[in-house]
Design a protein around this ligand. Structure first.
Ligand SMILES: Cc1ncc(C[n+]2csc(CCOP(=O)(O)OP(=O)(O)O)c2C)c(N)n1
Ligand SMILES: CC(=O)[C@@H](O)[C@H](O)COP(=O)(O)O
Ligand SMILES: [Mg+2]
Length: 617
C-alpha cells in the first residue's frame, strides 16, 4: 500500500509486522521528501514513525483518544488518518496544519502547539469518560523535553492521586529541541539502562514476525501486570507520583511496541510506558544533530541537507542581531547572564552558550520558572537577559506581573518571534504580548525599527536598571555593528517627514516604519511617519504634537489591536482625533499562512494602509 493511499487506521489493522515495517520505511521516505519541499518539524516526526504505527494498531481511534503533546510530531498520525495527500500544503494557508487540529479530522481529539498540556488533557478526558460511564482508552504521548514543563509535572501529580485509567507514552529521545536539560535526567538514564521490561518480555516468544499479532499477548499481559503489581518494575521517578511504569522499550521495534501497548491497555489505573526513540531516525543529518538544527526546518536539499533559501549576505535574523550584541556586552560586563526556556537554537544563543557556559542557563521548557529565576538573579546582583518567544511568554504572564513588574526587577526580556510568525499558525502567532504586557505597571515595552536601534535599545535596557522588554520579529534584517552605542530616551518616539506638505500621519513600529517610508517615497506621497518604538511608556509630547497638526492619524499595527498601540494612544489623549483610524488584528485568533498572506487576510498590508491614505490626499 502506498502512503498516499491510506484512508484510515483500519488499513493497517490486518498487517503483519513485516508489512508494518515496510510501511514505516515508506512513511520515512515520504516525510523526508515532503518536508524537504515544504519545511516543517522533521526530526521529531522521523523519531516516532513506528511508535505511531503501534499506537494506531493497538488502539481504536477516534473512539480511543490519542493526544500528542505539542503536536509537532503528529505527521505519521496524519498520514494514518488519511491526510497524506494534503502534505504538499503542510503549514500553508488553508492547508494541513503542522499540529493536531479538531476541524481537520475526527482523529484529532485535542489541539496544542504549546508544550506540556497533554497530560492534563488526558486526565480531563478520562474523568469525563468515567463520570459519563463511557468506555474508551485515553493515551497521551509526551516527550522528555515537554515533561520538563511545569504543567506536565502538575498533571503527573494529579494523575497519580486520581488513579484514573489512562496511558502516558513517555517518548524519550534524550532531546528537547537541542539537548534536554532535566534534573530528573539521572533517573531517566538509570531507567534507560534498565533491563526490566526486556527480561519480563523475554518469556513472550515473539514468533509474531510474519503473523497477525495479538494471539499470545493476553496471557503475557497478565504476567506483566503481575510484575507491575509486585513492584518488580521499579521506576522511582514515576513511583514517587504513584504511577505504574513499564519499559523501557525500543521505540523502533514494532513487535516490542505492540506488545507493550497491548499490556498497558489491559492495565487498570494510570501507567507510564517508557519508549526510547531516536530523534531524526532514518535521515543521517538529522540523526547526528545535537543542536536542534533539524528539529524544525525550512525547505532543504535532501542530498546535501543545505537549506534552499539563504539570507542576503548583509542580513542577520533578528535573533542573531540580539545574540551578537549580547556577546559584545558580555565581554565587558561579567555580570551579564542569559537565560532561555529551551529555545537556544531558535533564539540563536548556542554561540553564547559555548563562549560563556557559566553565564548561560537553559532552564528547560519552563517559561514561568525562567522569568522568576531571572528576577532573583537580578536581585542577587547579576544582569539577566531572558530570551523568550512572544507566544511562550504567555505562559509566564503572572511571573512578569507578580515577580518582575511588581518588584521592579531589572531584568531585560528579549521577546523573540513577536508579531505574526506564519506557518506555525494560531498557537504561535506572537500578537498578544503588547496587550498582555502593557497592563503591567513598571514594565518598559519597546520594539526597534532596525538592527541599529535594536543594539541601542539593548544597550539602554541594561543601563536602565528597570524591567525592560524588547520585542523583535521572526525573520531577518540588514545588519551593521553600531560602534558608537547611544542611550535612547525611554518613551521617546521619532518621526520622519516624507515630502514637503504632509497630508496624513502614520504611527507604526518595527520594520514597518521603513516599509511605510519607502512606499510613501515611491508613491510620491507626503506623509509623517512615526516610529513608535515604545509601547510603554508612550511619547506623550509627540502624541500631543501630532494631534495639534489636525492631520488624519493612522495607527498601523500588525498585532492584536485590543490593548495595543492605538489603545495606548487613545488612553493617553482620552479623546479621538478628528480623523483617527486604527489598523490591527481584530478579536480573533489568526490561523496559519505566510506572513504576507495573513496580512492581506487581516487587512493589515501596506496596500490597505495606502488605500486609506489615498483618501487623505
Ligand atoms: C510552552 C512551550 N515552550 C516552548 C515550546 C517550543 N518547543 C516545541 S517542541 C520543543 C521540544 C520538545 O521536546 P520533546 O517533548 O522531547 O519532543 P521531541 O521534539 O524531542 O520529540 C520545544 C521546546 C513549545 N512548543 N511550548
Ligand atoms: C513546535 C514548536 O513550538 C517550535 O518548534 C516552533 O515551531 C519553533 O519555531 P521557529 O521555527 O520560529 O523557531
Ligand atoms: Mg525529546
Amino acid at each position: 500500500m502506498r502512503v498516499t493511499d491510506i484512508q484510515s487506521p483500519k488499513d493497517i489493522k490486518s498487517m503483519n509486522v513485516r508489512q508494518l515495517e515496510n510501511l514505516a520505511d515508506q512513511i520515512r521516505t515520504f516525510l523526508i521528501e515532503s518536508i524537504a519541499r515544504t519545511g516543517g518539524h522533521l526530526s521529531s516526526n522521523l523519531g516516532v514513525v513506528e511508535l505511531t504505527l503501534a499506537m494506531h494498531y493497538v488502539f481504536n481511534a477516534p473512539k480511543d483518544k490519542l493526544i500528542f503533546d505539542v503536536g509537532h510530531q503528529c505527521y505519521t498520525h496524519k498520514i494514518l488518518t488519511g491526510r497524506a495527500q494534503m502534505f504538499p500544503l503542510l503549514r500553508q494557508r488553508n492547508g494541513l496544519s503542522g499540529y493536531q487540529r479538531m476541524h481537520e479530522s475526527p482523529y484529532d481529539c485535542w489541539e496544542a502547539g504549546h508544550s506540556s498540556t497533554s497530560l492534563s488533557a488526558a486526565l480531563g478526558f478520562a474523568t469525563a469518560r468515567d463520570l459519563l460511564k463511557q468506555n474508551y482508552e485515553v493515551v497521551a504521548l509526551i516527550g522528555d523535553g515537554s515533561l520538563t514543563g511545569g504543567m506536565a509535572m502538575e498533571a503527573l501529580n494529579d494523575i497519580g492521586s486520581k488513579q484514573k485509567k489512562l496511558i502516558i507514552i513517555f517518548n524519550d529521545n534524550n532531546m528537547s529541541i537541542s539537548r534536554n536539560h532535566a534534573g530528573f535526567e539521572e533517573r531517566i538514564t538509570a531507567l534507560r539502562a534498565s533491563k526490566v521490561y526486556r527480561s519480563t518480555k523475554q518469556g513472550m516468544k515473539s514468533n509474531l514476525k510474519n503473523n497477525k499479532m495479538g494471539q499470545n499477548v493476553l496471557k503475557q499481559v497478565t504476567k506483566v501486570k503481575d510484575h507491575i503489581k509486585d513492584g518488580v518494575i521499579d521506576a522511582p521517578l514515576f513511583r514517587e507520583f504513584n504511577l505504574d511504569y513499564i519499559g523501557p522499550v525500543d521505540g523502533h521495534n514494532l513487535n516490542e511496541l505492540i506488545n507493550v501497548l497491548e499490556t498497558a491497555k489491559e492495565h487498570d489505573g494510570p501507567i507510564v510506558v517508557h519508549v526510547l526513540t531516536r530523534k531524526g531516525k532514518g535521515y543521517p543529518y538529522a540523526e547526528q544533530d545535537q543542536t536542534g538544527k533539524w528539529h524544525g526546518v525550512s525547505p532543504f536539499d535532501v542530498k546535501t541537507g543545505e537549506p534552499l533559501m539563504k539570507l542576503p549576505y548583509d542580513h542577520l535574523t533578528w535573533s542573531e542581531v540580539i545574540s551578537r550584541t549580547l556577546m559584545r556586552f558580555a565581554k565587558k560586563d561579567k555580570k551579564l547572564v542569559v537565560l532561555t526556556p529551551a529555545m537556544a537554537q531558535g533564539s540563536k544563543l548556542l554561540e553564547f552558550s559555548k563562549a560563556y557556559p557559566d553565564r548561560f542557563f537553559d532552564c528547560g521548557i519552563a517559561e514561568q520558572h525562567t522569568v522568576t529565576m531571572a528576577g532573583a538573579m537580578a536581585l542577587g546582583g547579576l544582569h539577566p537577559f531572558v530570551s523568550v518567544y512572544s507566544t511562550f511568554l504567555q505562559r509566564a504572564y503572572d511571573q512578569m506581573n507578580h515577580d518582575i513588574g511588581r518588584m521592579k526587577l531589572p531584568v531585560v526580556i528579549g521577546i523573540d518571534r513577536a508579531g505574526l510568525v506564519g506557518q506555525d499558525g494560531d498557537t504561535h502567532q506572537g500578537v498578544f504580548d503588547i496587550a498582555m504586557l502593557r497592563s503591567i505597571p513598571n514594565l518598559i515595552l519597546s520594539q526597534p525599527q532596525d538592527a541599529a536601534e535594536a543594539q541601542n535599545l539593548l544597550y539602554t535596557a541594561f543601563r536602565s536598571g528597570k524591567p525592560f522588554c524588547i520585542r523583535y520579529p521572526r525573520g531577518n534584517v540588514k545588519y551593521e555593528e553600531v560602534t558608537d552605542l547611544q542611550d535612547i530616551e525611554i518613551g521617546s518616539w521619532t518621526k520622519t517627514t516624507v515630502g514637503t506638505h504632509p497630508k496624513s500621519i502614520v504611527i507604526t513600529y518595527g520594520p514597518d516604519v521603513d516599509h511605510v517610508i519607502a512606499k510613501a517615497k515611491t508613491n510620491n506621497m507626503d506623509l509623517i511617519v512615526v516610529n513608535a518604538r515604545f509601547f510603554k511608556p508612550v511619547d506623550g509630547t509627540m502624541i500631543d504634537e501630532l494631534y495639534e497638526t489636525g492631520l488624519p492619524i493612522h495607527v498601523f499595527e500588525t498585532d492584536c489591536r485590543i490593548g495595543s498601540l492605538s489603545t495606548a494612544i487613545l488612553e493617553y489623549r482620552n479623546r479621538v482625533a478628528p480623523q483617527f483610524q486604527t489598523f490591527g488584528i481584530d478579536d480573533h485568533f489568526v490561523e496559519q499562512g505566510s506572513v504576507r498572506s495573513l496580512r492581506i487576510q487581516e487587512h493589515i498590508g501596506l496596500e490597505d494602509l495606502f488605500e486609506e491614505l489615498e483618501q487623505d490626499v
